[in-house]
Design a protein around this ligand. Sequence first.
Ligand SMILES: NC(=O)c1ccc[n+]([C@@H]2O[C@H](COP(=O)([O-])OP(=O)(O)OC[C@H]3O[C@@H](n4cnc5c(N)ncnc54)[C@H](O)[C@@H]3O)[C@@H](O)[C@H]2O)c1
Length: 241
Amino acid sequence: MLVTGAAAGIGLACARRFLTEGARVAMVDRDPERLSGARDSLAASERAFVIALDVSDAAAVREGVGEATRRMGGIDGIVNNAAVDLLRPFAEVSASDWNGVMAVNLVGAMEVCRAALDPLAASGRGAIVNVASAAGLRPVPGRVAYCASKAALIMATRALALELAERGIRANAVCPGAVDTGLFRASLGDAITVEDVKARYAQRRIGDAEEIAAAVAFLLSDEASFITGSALAVDGGRAFH
Ligand SMILES: NC(=O)c1ccc[n+]([C@@H]2O[C@H](COP(=O)([O-])OP(=O)(O)OC[C@H]3O[C@@H](n4cnc5c(N)ncnc54)[C@H](O)[C@@H]3O)[C@@H](O)[C@H]2O)c1
């Protein structure tokens, strides 16, 4: 398995879950120190390989995916989880802000997929899960670039699923609702509290990273062998109301 954004939050929960299931895991993140610390915090860390790179650097992605393939002896699953948020009124979102968000959240994820095509196909059970967002299914205020990047990631996942089926590779998206991570905490402030966010959810709570990792693990597993091109909301009922 290869997981991007694996130094914290949902990516780290995915890495932990795959290691528990006995997999070898390439943990990719742009923050080398936090990445090493995260790896060392895991049980079975001898099966976890850290690869520090920024997913918006296409050359580094090609090299890193090659290294992950060599160290793990192949790749049968990819989790594109690394992303950046941008909470800013639309009037202040510059072209460079747009490019920065899309470069990581959309193009970065696609470059990881592209670099891993051959090992995924060679595995005979290759699967991709792109971590999108409930914000890619319905809009949230102050996040126009983030919402658009996640909606684009969902459609790119569906288009990929169509194109990669003939190589035996499945591609799905998960769309988390609010999950208590650094990214989520950074979006709170005086104007919006955790209680305000909880009130928007049918289940009146936010999620745990482990709940997202469980959905990711299912979509990567052979249990999901007839599921491709789906966008699974894992959001306590937020997307439907
Ligand atoms: N937390 C939420 O409420 C929530 C809700 C919906 C979707 N998501 C999505 O879940 C995913 C994980 O989010 P999280 O909340 O765990 O975030 P997080 O900020 O806790 O962790 C993200 C990790 O990604 C890494 N990262 C960021 N940009 C990178 C890059 N360019 N290259 C390599 N690594 C990079 C960071 O260093 C960090 O370790 C993201 O795709 C996010 O959009 C999160």
